[in-house]
Structures are given as C-alpha cells and as structure tokens.
Design a protein around this ligand. Structure first.
Ligand SMILES: Cc1cc2nc3c(=O)[nH]c(=O)nc-3n(C[C@H](O)[C@H](O)[C@H](O)COP(=O)(O)O)c2cc1C
Length: 400
C-alpha cells in the first residue's frame, strides 16, 4: 500500500499559467489512493475549469468563501483546514505566497491556509524574474521558516518563452515529494494497529445509561500519531463528538460488549493493540426494555462485570504482537500501573494523571508516565497530540 492511500489532500490552485497542470496533480494523487479536495483562488478560475478538476477529483471544487449568498451557505474553511492530512498549494503564485507570508485572508484558499493544522506544501510557479525577485524570495524563505515544505521550481522553458527557473515542478515529482515526506517519517510502515478510544455507555433502559467523562481525545490523537508513523489504523470508538481523523478506519460502538466484539477479532489480525478507551467495568445486569418510571422509593440497580477487553487481548497476544494499556489511578499510581502491566500481559502501560492541573478527562493536555517491564519514564504536561507522538516514538525505540 502506498503512503498516500486514504490520505485527505487539499489542493489549492492559484492563478498561474501552470494551473492546467493541477489536473495532472489531481490524477497522480487519485491514482495513489488519496482523496483530493480542490480549492481554486478566484483568479485560478480564469485558468482552469472547476468541471475538469471536479471530475478528476470526484469532489465539487470550492472557490468562494460564501457558497450561496441567498441562503447564507458558506464553505467552512476551518473544517477544510482541520480535516486534511496535508495542504498542497500548486501552482503557488507570487501573489498567494505573499499573502500567505503576510497572513492575509481574503479568499477561501488563504482562509483555509490560516486554519490548516496539517503539513503545508507549496510548489511555486512563475516567470524567472518574478521568481528571482527579492520580495518573492523573502516570502518563500518566510514560509520555509514557518516549517512549510517548499517543492522547488524546476528549470526549463517557461510559458513566457524565456528559459530559466520558475517552472512548477513536474506533477509526478510533486506527488513523489509529498509521498516521500510520509515515507521518511514512517517507522511503522506496513504495521497494523487497533486503537480503542472514548467511553462506553451501558444501558439502564432505552433512554438512560451509565457512562464516564472520557472525551476520546487521547485515543484519537494516538490513532492519528500511529497513522502518521505509517501504520494502518483501525479506531474502535465509543460515543464521542470527535470527527474521524484522516486516513483512519473508524468503527463506532456504544457498549463495552460491542467494543469487545469488534476489538478482539481486529487485534488477532494486528501487530499492535492499544487500549485507550475508558471501558465501563460494570453494566446493569438486566436493562429494562421500556423506560423506567420515577418512584418515591430508592432505586438499586444490580450490576454485573463487563468483558475485560485489555485482559482478553493480553491472553490472546501472540509472539511478535505488542499490547499497550492505559491506566488511570488515583492512589499508589505507579505500583498499581505496574501491577496492571503484568496482570494484563501488556508490553507497555501509559499511566494517566488525574491529580495534575490540565491532565486527564476532557482536557487538551495530559501528563503521562510510560512504563515497560524495566523502564519508567515521566513526562511533562503536554498536548494530547504531543503525548501521542511521544508514546508512538517510545514504542518504536523500545520494541521495534
Ligand atoms: C496569462 C497569465 C499568466 C500568469 N501566470 C502567473 C504565474 O505563473 N505565476 C504567478 O505568480 N502569477 C501569474 N500571473 C499573475 C497572477 O494571475 C496574478 O498575480 C493573480 O492576482 C494571482 O492571484 P491568486 O494568487 O489569488 O491566484 C499570470 C497572469 C496572467 C494573465
């Protein structure tokens, strides 16, 4: 499987004569298994038609900030920017590069750029003098300093009839460049991972349930970090309000039993299992089939244990497979977590803190301790994305 398989690519096209080549870029990406959403600047509409790019990408092309003035419908640049695995601007005009460098946002491509949290690539295309102008060179340097990836122009015959540097890189080279980026930082290429995330809801009756405060953020960040490391990821998710991360297969479940039934067969086929979900330990033994009526007397609900998903994964683990569990402890944290590592046959435990400010349920940050059979590594308070990358990097260094 290629590294672009399942990747969601935003392709921003500017008003350059090279805009016609964006059709070949779309075809390259689609051929390599990516999903492409094209955004045209208003000037680009004069160079290439949405019909061509919409047909090749199989998605309607976007260009206006407001999609339907009469009905108040707009194209959500924040969702576009957040939902993508990468944003490529090709061809990137001198004008758009200047606006990106300056943080200006007067069209859909530029507002999406400012909202994008994914890696940004740009492939400049312009005449040789425009390309060499200090203003343009400074803008390119500023964008590179910002961490964006510059796919340099190639040298050759230009549309103006002149010859020199400024021609947009060949569409195939652009696709190779983007693919190489994902391959280089892909230590888990070829590995499959199943990650559980979120809470479970255990029904009391058709309208009520017993649940917990898990937001799923940590598990989702982990799924994304594993995918970025090149793994094929399946996310078994309890009820959360998070969108599925790009390039990841998500299976939605509600109860512990459903999560168990989905996860165990997937784990048998996976190289790595990560149990980050906050699974209920107990469920109502006999959920009512109709809504329970309010009464004056106290109510007792008999509870029975749920399936222990992590323990079952540990019991089934074969040699060559890795199992990562999560522990949330309020007292004797490290001793209890180490006990869990052994009892559940895990290779690694991620100990979560509830005691620290900003860590645990619902927060965007977490403070974790990573434990293996012979190592304990404490970490600072970090974003859940950073913590997820640390967990993946630690796993790779220790075991692979
Ligand atoms: C025929 C023609 C070709 C052009 N080619 C380029 C080009 O290759 N690179 C560039 O930076 N500008 C080029 N321009 C100028 C841009 O279209 C102009 O700067 C425009 O404002 C860019 O808008 P945008 O960046 O919002 O797409 C060209 C203009 C015309 C009329």
């Amino acid at each position: 499987m290629g590294m672009l398989e399942g990747k969601r690519i935003l392709l921003g096209v500017c008003g350059s004569i090279a805009a016609y080549k964006s059709a070949y870029i779309v075809r390259e990406f689609v051929k390599r298994g990516a999903e492409v959403q094209v955004i045209l600047t208003p000037s680009a509409l004069r160079f290439v038609t949405p019909l061509t790019l919409g047909t090749l990408s199989k998605h309607p092309v976007l260009s206006d900030l407001v999609a339907d003035e009469q009905r108040g419908v707009w194209n959500n640049h924040v969702d576009l920017g957040n939902g993508a695995d990468l944003f490529l601007i090709a061809p990137a005009s001198a004008h758009t590069l200047a606006k990106m460098a300056g943080g200006e946002a007067d069209n859909l491509l530029l507002t999406t750029y400012l909202s994008a949290t994914c890696p940004v690539f740009f492939a400049p295309a312009m005449d040789l003098d425009m390309h060499a102008h200090p203003a343009n060179a400074e803008n390119i340097a500023r964008l590179e300093e910002r961490g964006h990836l510059h796919i340099p122009s190639e040298s050759g015959e230009l549309a103006s009839g002149l010859s020199g540097t400024g021609r947009m890189a060949d569409p195939e080279h652009i696709a190779d460049y983007v693919e190489a980026y994902f391959t280089e930082k892909a230590p888990l290429r070829g590995k499959s991972v199943v990650v559980t995330a979120g809470p479970t809801y255990e029904a009391i009756d058709p309208v009520r349930f017993i649940g917990n405060h898990s937001s799923g953020k940590m598990g989702y960040a982990l799924a994304k970090a594993f995918a970025e490391a090149g793994a094929r990821v399946t996310l078994v998710s309890g009820p959360v309000s998070l969108p599925a991360p790009g390039g990841i297969r998500r299976i939605s479940v509600t109860s512990a039993q459903e999560m168990y039934r989905e996860t165990l067969p997937l784990f048998r086929e996976s190289d790595i299992g990560v149990a980050a979900a906050a699974v209920a330990d107990y469920r109502p033994a006999e959920p009512a089939s109709t809504k329970m009526k309010k009464k004056d007397a106290n109510l007792s609900i008999e509870m029975e244990p749920t399936e222990d998903i992590l323990k079952s994964m540990g019991a089934e683990k074969k040699s060559g497979q890795l199992l990562v569990g999560f522990a949330l402890e309020t007292d004797n944290a490290e001793a209890n977590a180490r006990g869990k590592l052994v009892a559940k046959n895990c290779d690694m435990i991620v100990l979560n803190s509830l005691a620290d400010q900003g860590a645990g349920f619902g927060h965007d940050t977490n403070k974790i301790t990573l434990m293996t059979g012979n190592k304990t590594v404490h970490s600072e308070l970090k974003t859940k994305e950073e913590a997820a990358s640390d967990i993946v990097a630690f796993l790779v260094t220790e075991f692979l």
